[in-house]
Design a protein around this ligand. Structure first.
Ligand SMILES: NC(=O)c1ccc[n+]([C@@H]2O[C@H](COP(=O)([O-])OP(=O)(O)OC[C@H]3O[C@@H](n4cnc5c(N)ncnc54)[C@H](OP(=O)(O)O)[C@@H]3O)[C@@H](O)[C@H]2O)c1
Length: 293
């Protein structure tokens, strides 16, 4: 099965490419952004025509949550309008579109894990632009699958676990919000889930996140302790819990965005990884990389 992957240099896309050796039935083409900018219809049509994929996996996105508050035109163009055009192009060429979305399409007022059937109510521009993309796919005639995920982290790229390691090596004390809850998700685990979902020809919405939930404060504390134990941090910094209002950011965040993975588990028979186990794996990879440097 031929997969055309957009946004191939991104955090998730890199790990999608890294797990493909476990799925010999998939062949994947990941053009560079200069060859395939998803806002460029001509490039898209030409690559679809030449490569003739069966699946278009859209990992390209505008992901700067805070910057989006002042760059709404570009956020909506990449995450909204272009996604709609991808879906239309896919429909014309009978390609299935597999798209990634986010827990930020919800307002976080729930107190139990959010299902695929919950109403969306994004708070900030990024969430609104991602919801716009979802809605455009729904309105298209394309064959589609949209996977919503949350709190991504990896041994590479821009993410919270790597930020904590950097801050932990620079400071004795770090303040982290303790009143926002979510499911930290390892991009390798998500990449494997995407492969399973593609394999079973899953359709419509699926939620996927690491097993169990925590606050940013708990994730930071666990990461620091583990990293210290593993010798990645020489000193163990003090992690201090604070409230969201004590750390104002341009974009509002949902206070609770734990995603229910029941539908994924029932349909595939697989379990997401526990977030603590996933953090352990990522720290191991980071240590291996630093030992090889
Ligand atoms: N990160 C999270 O915590 C998180 C949480 C929930 C959902 N998600 C969703 O998961 C997906 C993957 O996220 P990620 O963290 O892997 O994102 P990422 O690391 O920011 O990767 C996104 C990639 O898209 C590329 N891109 C941006 N605009 C493009 C365009 N017009 N044409 C082609 N490529 C373009 C970016 O290139 P440049 O580097 O050149 O800009 C980047 O390589 C996204 O849909 C995101 O919304 C992420």
């Amino acid at each position: 099965m031929r997969i055309l992957l957009t946004g191939g240099k991104g955090m998730l896309a890199q790990d999608f490419l890294s797990v493909l050796d476990q799925f010999p039935e998939f062949e994947c083409y990941a053009p560079l952004r200069k060859e395939l900018d998803i806002t460029n219809q001509k490039q898209l049509e030409s690559i679809i025509k030449n490569y003739r994929p069966e699946i278009l996996l859209n990992c390209a996105a505008y992901t700067k949550v805070d910057k989006a508050e002042t760059e709404s035109a570009i956020a909506f163009s990449v995450n909204g309008t272009s996604v709609g055009k991808l879906a239309e192009a896919c429909h014309r060429s009978r390609v299935k579109i597999v798209h990634l979305s986010t827990d930020f399409v919800f307002d976080g007022r729930n107190s139990t894990p959010v299902t695929e059937y919950n109403y969306t109510a994004p708070l900030g521009v990024y969430g609104k632009s991602k919801r716009d993309g979802e809605a455009r796919i729904e309105a298209s005639d394309a064959d589609w699958l949209t996977v919503r995920t949350s709190w991504l982290f990896a041994s590479h790229g821009n993410n919270f676990v790597r930020t904590m390691l950097r801050l932990g090596s620079e400071r004795n004390e770090i303040k982290v919000v303790s009143d926002q809850f979510g499911s930290p998700t390892w991009t390798v685990d998500l990449a494997l889930a995407l492969c399973q979902l593609i394999r079973i020809d899953a359709k419509n919405y699926f939620h996927f996140g690491g097993l169990n939930s925590c606050s940013w404060f708990e994730l930071a504390s666990y990461t620091m302790h583990k990293a210290h134990q593993m010798g990645l941090l020489l000193n163990l910094p003090k992690v201090i819990p604070i409230q969201t209002h004590q750390y104002p950011l341009p974009a509002p965040r949902p206070p609770y965005s734990v995603l229910s993975t029941l539908r994924y588990r029932e349909l595939t028979g697989f379990q997401p990884m526990k977030w603590e186990t996933a953090v352990d794996s990522v720290l191991k990879r980071i240590r291996e990389k630093s030992q090889n440097e």
